[in-house]
Design a binder for this molecule. Structure first.
Ligand SMILES: [Zn+2]
Length: 380
């Protein structure tokens, strides 16, 4: 029996392109090893990558010529005989531009080296800019940051509010009045650099995963700002979800009797936890005589109710709250932690760590750099 319909789909292009893919993949293997484990000899790299020593020497030569890897000489402790010569990632050979568009009153950016260190900063007040004016402001910020480094720029990474597709088009960001705004394409055309744009919560979780104090056992970063959203890294991969909206927990209803939300539902998590709501509740409390600890503890309890099913389902290792430390780190975090443990099996929460980010507000900027490192060098 014959059929005219296709049997299956092609996986990858073949021939020459595949060879280039393999070379690129092998370069990434070596860069990833140097990025994660630090300096190594060519023999070490061959052993851990499974590539031949000839291939490794060839690739290292190419990476040195490209300025991404540098010769470090022999380690100080080497004994008699021919010591192994080490190579390492040249962390300041090339810089990355990272931008965070998630604040309501300003856009911030930084020049970041390949080790995730912030070298220079710049910010521009938003002054109510929306639509094309806001896009122009992003361009102005990028230009100012590029002018702050004398190194070649590997690429531009952007953490944007709203839903962002895989091409870096912002599908919907109400605060900036962006709808189907091709932000990555417009920056790439203006600066002739690779550009990567992602949602700010997804950017934050990448920053925490790569440069924070994170392990590899499943990480969720909950961003608490004007809105509330989460990013998840599971099994070493960013979770996108079916339509790219994974982590949109801010608009899950937690209190049907609660306040009206901007999304038109009632009692979304965002109406309880977002920073403007939290601050207003604390002001109301100071008038009615309710202590900040009581108010923040109650919000933490409600947050725990919302997160317990997520923790129970995914058996997360780490849950990181990212936002104003003075609001999140204290009674709110403690109550959320307790409430999650009360509502899940011991096996789900025994190894769970609930904490704030050591990277503080830089987590999105540094995560924006990870978008570029991962996209251009294959390291993260
Ligand atoms: Zn809502």
């Amino acid at each position: 029996m014959t059929t005219t319909s296709p049997v299956g789909r092609q996986l990858r292009p073949r021939g020459k392109l595949l060879q280039e893919d393999a070379r690129r993949h092998h370069r990434s293997l070596l860069l990833q090893q140097l990025f994660r484990e630090g300096p190594a000899s060519r023999a070490d790299l061959a052993r851990t990558s499974g590539l031949t020593r000839v291939t490794v020497s060839d690739l290292v030569g190419e990476l040195v010529a490209d300025g991404l890897v540098e010769e470090l000489g022999a380690p100080a402790e080497s004994r008699v005989g021919k010591p192994p010569m080490l190579v390492g990632l040249a962390t300041d050979s090339t810089h990355v531009i990272g931008m965070d568009l998630s604040a309501t009153d300003r856009m911030t950016g930084a020049v970041i080296n390949l080790a995730g260190r912030v070298l220079a900063r710049h910010e521009l007040p938003l002054d109510g800019a929306v639509g094309d004016d806001a896009v122009a402001l992003v361009h102005e910020l990028a230009a100012a940051l590029i002018a702050k480094t004398e190194r070649p720029v590997l690429g531009i990474g952007v953490g944007s509010p709203g839903v962002v597709d895989a091409d870096g088009t912002v599908i919907d960001a109400p605060n900036l009045a962006w709808t189907d705004t091709p932000l990555a394409a417009s920056l790439a055309a203006a600066f002739e650099l690779p550009v990567f744009v992602a949602n700010d919560a997804n950017t934050a979780v990448l920053g925490e995963h790569t440069f924070g104090a994170s392990g590899d056992g499943g990480l969720m970063v909950l961003r608490v700002g004007t809105g509330v959203g989460a990013g998840l890294v599971l099994g070493g991969s960013l979770l996108h979800g079916h339509l790219g909206a994974a982590g949109e927990i801010g608009h899950v209803v937690v209190d049907p009797e609660g306040e009206r939300c901007a999304c038109s539902r009632t009692g979304c998590l965002e109406t309880i936890l977002a920073v403007p709501h939290l601050r207003r509740r604390l002001e109301d409390g100071s008038r009615s005589g309710e202590s900040p600890a009581t108010i923040l503890g109650r919000v933490g309890e409600q947050l725990g109710v919302a997160l317990a099913p997520v923790v129970g389902t995914l058996n997360l290792h780490e849950l990181v709250l990212s936002g104003p430390q003075e609001l999140l780190d204290g009674p709110l975090l403690e109550a959320a932690d307790r409430s999650i443990r009360e509502r899940t099996m011991p096996i789900s929460s025994a190894g769970l760590v609930v904490r704030t980010s050591e990277l503080g507000e830089d987590v999105v900027l540094v995560g924006a750099a990870v978008l570029v490192l991962s996209g251009q060098l294959g390291v993260s």
